[in-house]
Design a protein around this ligand. Structure first.
Ligand code: S3P
Length: 451
C-alpha cells in the first residue's frame, strides 16, 4: 500500500505565544496493546481515548483479519475477543504500514498460533530489523522466513504447541519484551524475560488488568518479568491516557516560544516514559504537574509549561529507554539552549522509523545549528539565541522528525520547511491544527509553504 501524496509544510516564529489548554491524542503504545489484548480476551473490551492514528488503525485491521471483532463506536472502540490462542488464519497479507510496534508485537502473537501468515509494511518498516523478534520467538517452535537481513515481508508458521521462552534482552526494547510475553500467553508454563535496563511496562500492566499473572522483580536498573502461560484473559475496559511522546512537541514548543504558557491535560506519566520531562527540567524548563491521578492503571496528570531560558545538559545513556522517542525534539530544545548538550548512548535511534541519530543531526545542521555525531552520542552546540532556520528538512517517512523540525521553525529566525508532513498522521493526527490553535492570532504558524 502506498502512502498518500507527500505534504510539504513550513513553520515560522508565531506572532503570539502559545497559550490555553489542550489535550493530545491517546498513547500509541497503550492503544496498540489495548486492541491486541482485547482480541485475545474473552468478552467485549471497551477502549476510550484510543489513538486513531494510522499505526494503531493498522493494528485494529490486523486483529480484525485474525478474527476479532473491532468496532469504532461513537464514544469508544469495542473489541470482541477470541480468547488466548483463539485467533484464526488471516486470508491475506497483514500490512502494518509504518508501525514497528504493531509488527513486532504481532509477530509475538502469531508465533504461538498454529497457522500461516505473511506480514509486510511500508518502505520505512521494510528496512527495519525483525531478527530481534524472530530470533527469540523461533525458540518457541515458530518458523519465520524473511527477506535478506531479517526484513519484512516475512512469512510466519506459528508453533502448534508453543514452548515457553526464557529470554535475556540483548537490547533495551519494550517491543521485543512484549513480543516474547505475547508469545508466552499461548504456551504452557512460565515465560520469562530479563531486561538489563527497565523499558516501558505497559504490556505487564495491561496483562494484569486483563487477569494474567505477571510477576516483576526489580534487579538494579533492570527487571525480570515472569508470565504464567495460558491464562484466561477476561475483557476489561481500558482508558488510554494522552501520549507523553506526543505531548513532547507541544511542551518543547511552549518552552521555546517567548511568553508561552500552555496547559496539557490528561498526559500519561508512567515513570518509564518521562525521561524527557526530567531532562527538560534539568535544563531549566518550567514543567509543573498538577492534578496527578491514576486512570486505567496508569499515572496521569495535567502539565503546565511556561517558556523558559534553557541551559545545556549531559543526558546519561541510562535515561535512553525512558525517552527513546523524544531525542529529536530534545535536540531541538538543546539547539535553543545555552551551551553544549551531549546525549549519550543513542544506538537504538538508528533503527527507528529512520536512522534518527543521523537524521536529527541533519535536521539541525540544515538549519544552521552546530551539531556532531560522535559514535552513539549526539552533541548539540546551542548559543542561547534562536537558530538561523531557513532549511528544508528531509523527513524520511518519520513522523517524529517532521514534528521536531516544525517545532524548530517556531523558535528559529527564519521559517523551517519539511518535505513531507503526511507521516505525522501515524501518531498525532491533528498536530498542525492543535499547534496553530495554541498559537492563536490570525496567521497560522504552521502552514503549507505556498500559503
Ligand atoms: C514502543 C517501544 C519503543 C518505542 C516505540 C514504541 C512500544 O521501541 O520506540 O515507539 O510500544 O513498545 P523499542 O522498544 O524497540 O525501543
Amino acid at each position: 500500500m502506498t502512502h498518500p501524496a507527500s505534504k510539504p509544510l513550513a513553520s515560522r516564529r508565531p506572532a503570539a505565544p502559545l497559550s490555553g489548554a489542550l489535550r493530545v491524542p491517546g498513547d500509541k503504545s497503550i492503544s496498540h496493546r489495548a486492541l491486541m489484548f482485547g482480541a485475545l480476551a474473552v468478552g467485549e473490551t471497551r477502549i476510550t481515548g484510543l489513538l486513531e492514528g494510522e499505526d494503531v488503525l493498522r493494528t485494529a485491521a490486523a486483529m480484525q483479519a485474525l478474527g476479532a471483532e473491532v468496532v469504532r463506536g461513537a464514544a469508544e472502540w469495542r473489541v470482541a475477543g477470541r480468547g488466548v490462542g483463539g485467533l484464526i488464519e488471516p486470508a491475506d497479507v497483514l500490512d502494518m504500514g509504518n508501525s514497528g510496534t504493531a509488527a513486532r508485537l504481532l509477530a509475538g502473537i502469531l508465533a504461538s498460533h498454529p497457522f500461516f501468515s505473511v506480514m509486510t509494511g511500508d518502505a520505512s518498516l521494510r528496512k527495519r530489523p525483525m531478527k530481534r523478534v524472530t530470533q527469540p520467538l523461533s525458540a518457541c517452535g515458530a518458523r519465520f522466513a524473511t527477506r535478506e537481513g531479517g526484513r519484512l515481508p516475512m512469512a510466519i508458521e506459528g508453533a502448534r504447541d508453543a514452548l515457553p521462552l526464557d529470554y535475556v534482552l540483548p537490547v533495551a526494547s519494550a517491543q521485543v519484551k512484549s513480543a516474547v510475553l505475547l508469545c508466552g500467553l499461548n504456551a504452557p508454563g512460565m515465560t520469562r524475560v530479563t531486561e538489563r535496563e527497565a523499558t516501558r511496562d505497559h504490556s505487564e500492566n495491561m496483562l494484569r488488568h486483563f487477569g494474567a499473572e505477571v510477576d516483576v522483580q526489580v534487579e538494579g536498573p533492570g527487571r525480570i518479568v515472569t508470565l504464567r502461560g495460558q491464562p484466561e484473559l477476561r475483557a476489561a475496559d481500558v482508558v488510554v491516557p494522552g501520549d507523553p511522546s506526543s505531548a513532547a512537541f507541544a511542551i518543547v514548543a511552549a518552552l521555546l516560544v517567548p511568553g508561552s504558557k500552555l496547559r496539557i491535560e490528561g498526559v500519561g506519566l508512567n515513570p518509564l516514559r518521562t525521561g524527557l520531562f526530567t531532562s527538560l527540567r534539568e535544563m531549566g524548563g518550567s514543567l509543573v504537574v498538577e492534578n496527578e491521578r491514576i486512570e486505567g492503571g496508569e499515572i496521569v496528570g495535567d502539565l503546565v509549561v511556561s517558556a523558559s531560558a534553557l541551559q545545556a545538559i549531559d543526558v546519561p545513556p541510562g535515561r535512553a529507554p525512558s525517552m527513546i522517542d523524544e531525542y529529536p525534539v530534545l535536540a531541538v530544545a538543546a539547539a535553543c539552549a545555552t551551551g553544549t548538550t551531549r546525549m549519550r548512548g543513542l544506538h537504538e535511534l538508528r533503527v527507528k522509523e529512520s536512522d534518527r541519530l543521523e537524521a536529527t543531526a541533519a535536521l539541525l545542521a540544515v538549519n544552521g545549528v552546530v551539531v556532531e555525531v560522535d559514535g552513539d552520542d549526539l552533541i548539540v552546540h546551542g548559543t542561547g539565541r534562536p537558530p538561523q532556520g531557513g532549511g528544508l528538512v528531509q523527513t524520511l517517512m518519520d513522523h517524529r522528525l517532521a514534528m521536531s523540525a516544525l517545532v524548530l521553525g517556531l523558535a528559529s529566525a527564519n521559517p523551517v520547511r519539511v518535505d513531507d508532513a503526511s507521516f505525522i498522521d501515524t501518531s498525532f493526527p491533528g498536530f498542525v491544527d492543535l499547534i496553530n490553535r495554541a498559537v492563536g492570532g490570525d496567521v497560522p504558524a504552521l502552514l503549507a509553504p505556498w500559503d
